[in-house]
Ligand binder design. Structure first.
Ligand SMILES: Cc1cc2nc3c(=O)[nH]c(=O)nc-3n(C[C@H](O)[C@H](O)[C@H](O)COP(=O)(O)OP(=O)(O)OC[C@H]3O[C@@H](n4cnc5c(N)ncnc54)[C@H](O)[C@@H]3O)c2cc1C
Length: 492
């Protein structure tokens, strides 16, 4: 008889592991607290505007393709990936506008228009970033790094022996500065650390892998909206026999003599041979698992990633100056991160990210309107703060900054919804409202980040952005893959 799996949470980690385990022949039940699956990758509608409420950029699309293939489906028959070009339009305080491209020739040309001397620096930086990817991806992204048996492979020896080559001992900012002279380019390449919610002034330069992931492997949008991915995964999961229970709050994970027994859902006990927790690992140790005080203490010491403040605005005007992805940089990036990560307060002068899917999908907003997703980096929840007041203040800052680049939206916001760090906690139970799990602000984080297989309770596994290999769409989906493979391995 096939073994039973109970999955807590229908985010990308939960759905990815569910599909794989069902395909492997396990009997899978997935319990999601909310009325829809997707977790942080979700969608909302305001009037006639439609928004993705989480991710706006897909990187490493081959991770998604591989899941579809594993499940026996063609990704192309479900989803159309569109390269985003320019990948992002940057606005600087000195008035410069810079279009970043994943076309290297074009990118070099644009860099040359800023500072001719940095064209060569970009080529060198790109090769350095690619080298980090080549050296680390297999071992730190595609393998369960906490499982000794998997790490003891000859092919990993060069990386482990030449650990310094993946640049773990200086910060992202230090490394970026050693290549570029132009402060604007330094700010652009420092920004990539925020893709997994980290601070470029503290995170190890190994995170300089991310520019290669975006500029070398490409950044994509999914036509119709990023949420189409969740819908496709849900369809496939159901077709493979996964039973999905919505509005199902898991209250406890049961174990007996350190062996998992099942879960308590809406007051009812569900027995299972394995439990996969897609819910945040720290929240799970705080709320769902009894006992293990030392582990709980250790988990709560891990530094959470960035959180965010999101404005969803239906704007009844179109703006040709803005592209699909836009960044209005803060004037002092170091101060912004100091305020967020050290002072744990909203920055005075935040970097503003604006994504507009109606540039590609016209039906996401009425004619002559645009759907703006405006994201500001924020600290994780630290103490009682009035997010209504902070949001109002931030809204005024965004409007004022937009006026500086000639865009006046004061009378154009016709639809509005706001999501704060508190909402990320309330809706998805993210530890302290963090949106990428645990930050990578120290060199040892790849090892300190909790493992996919729980060391204390046999049969308990974790698949989410809060565990190995980390946050962001492709990594979370890999987390689901690693977890499913570890369970299969345990059966043999
Ligand atoms: C605003 C924003 C922008 C982002 N932008 C990008 C981007 O552009 N590119 C990118 O790659 N990534 C981006 N991310 C990050 C990405 O969305 C996440 O890394 C990823 O979606 C997390 O997936 P997950 O499965 O780990 O967790 P989640 O999506 O949080 O899923 C966990 C699920 O578990 C459920 N759950 C929790 N506790 C329980 C319980 N007790 N019982 C039942 N269910 C429970 C939750 O409701 C949730 O559905 C962004 C995130 C946000 C919020």
């Amino acid at each position: 008889m096939s073994k039973s799996i109970a999955i807590i949470g229908g985010g990308l980690g939960g759905l990815s592991s569910a599909i794989r385990l069902a395909r492997m022949g396990f009997k899978v039940k997935l319990f999601e607290n909310n009325e829809t699956v997707g977790g942080k990758m979700n969608e909302i509608r305001l009037g006639s505007c439609r928004f993705d409420s989480g991710p706006s950029l897909i990187t490493m699309p081959f991770v998604i393709d591989e899941l579809f293939e594993f499940a026996g489906y063609q990704r192309r028959s479900f989803l159309e990936f569109q390269p985003i070009e320019p990948i992002c339009r940057y606005f600087f305080h000195d008035g410069t506008i810079f279009d970043a491209s994943s076309d290297r020739k074009l990118m070099s040309e644009h860099i040359g228009q800023l500072t001719a001397g940095d064209i060569k620096a970009f080529e060198k930086f790109f090769n350095y970033s690619k080298r980090i990817y080549d050296r680390t991806a297999d071992i730190f992204l595609f393998s369960p790094v906490h499982e000794l048996k998997h790490m003891l492979k000859w092919k990993y020896l060069p990386t482990l022996l030449k650990f310094y080559q993946i640049d773990p001992f200086r910060t992202v900012n230090k490394a970026v500065r050693s290549f570029f002279t132009d402060e604007r380019l330094i700010q652009i390449f420092n920004r990539y650390s925020t893709y997994n919610g980290s601070n470029p002034f503290r995170a190890p330069a190994t995170l300089n892998i991310i520019p290669y992931v975006e500029n070398g492997l490409g950044g994509f949008y999914i036509m119709g909206g990023i949420y189409r991915l969740v819908e496709a995964l849900q369809t496939i999961a159901k077709q493979l026999g996964v039973e999905i229970f919505l509005s199902s709050h898991v209250e406890k994970i049961f174990s007996n003599k350190n062996v998992v027994q099942g879960i308590l859902v809406n007051g009812e006990r569900v027995n299972a041979d394995y439990v996969i927790c897609n819910a945040d690992v720290v929240t799970s140790y705080n709320d769902l698992i009894d006992g293990y005080p030392q582990i709980r203490k250790r988990m709560n010491k891990l530094e959470p990633s960035l959180s965010g403040l999101v404005f969803f605005w239906g704007i009844n005007e179109r703006h040709v100056l803005l592209k699909h992805h836009n960044i209005l940089f803060s004037a002092d990036y170091e101060k912004e991160f100091k305020q967020i990560f050290d002072d744990l307060k909203a920055p005075d002068n935040p970097t503003i990210y604006i994504a507009i899917t109606s540039k590609k999908d016209k039906n996401h907003a009425p004619k002559d309107w645009e759907n703006w997703f405006v994201l500001l980096n924020m600290p994780y929840l630290h103490q009682q703060q009035n997010w209504k007041v902070i949001a109002e203040k931030m809204k005024n800052i965004v409007i004022t900054r937009l006026l500086e680049i000639g865009i006046d939206i004061r009378s154009k916001i016709r639809e509005e919804k706001i999501m704060s760090p508190e909402d990320f906690y309330t809706l998805y139970k993210s530890n302290k409202g963090s949106i990428y799990g645990i930050s990578s602000n120290s060199p040892a984080m790849a090892f300190k980040r909790p493992a996919n297989r729980d060391r204390n309770i046999k049969g308990l596994y974790f698949a989410s952005g809060s565990v190995h290999p980390g946050g962001g769409v492709p990594l979370v989906m890999l987390s689901g893959k690693l977890t499913a493979e570890l369970i299969l391995e345990n059966e043999h």
